[in-house]
Design a protein around this ligand. Structure first.
Ligand SMILES: [Zn+2]
Length: 68
């Protein structure tokens, strides 16, 4: 492996993946930003309820998504 010293590489940003989850019990949506995919997150409200996966998005493109 060749390592070029003195060369400034842009710091690789963490590969964050945003995922959107839905709780059927309390009908709330939860977005999770994580470097690794969460498989079965639990509802922060219902605690014991496992969230249903809705969609995934690139976090770098989700910066301007507000809570409209
Ligand atoms: Zn819930």
């Amino acid at each position: 492996m060749f390592i070029a010293q003195g060369t400034e590489y842009p710091t690789p940003k963490p590969d964050l993946t945003g995922t959107l989850w839905h709780c059927e019990k309390c009908d709330c949506f939860v977005s999770i930003h994580s470097a690794h995919l969460v498989e079965e997150p639990h509802c922060p409200v219902c605690v014991n309820e496992v969230l249903e996966f809705c969609m995934a998005f690139d976090s770098s493109f989700g910066q301007n998504v507000g809570d409209a």
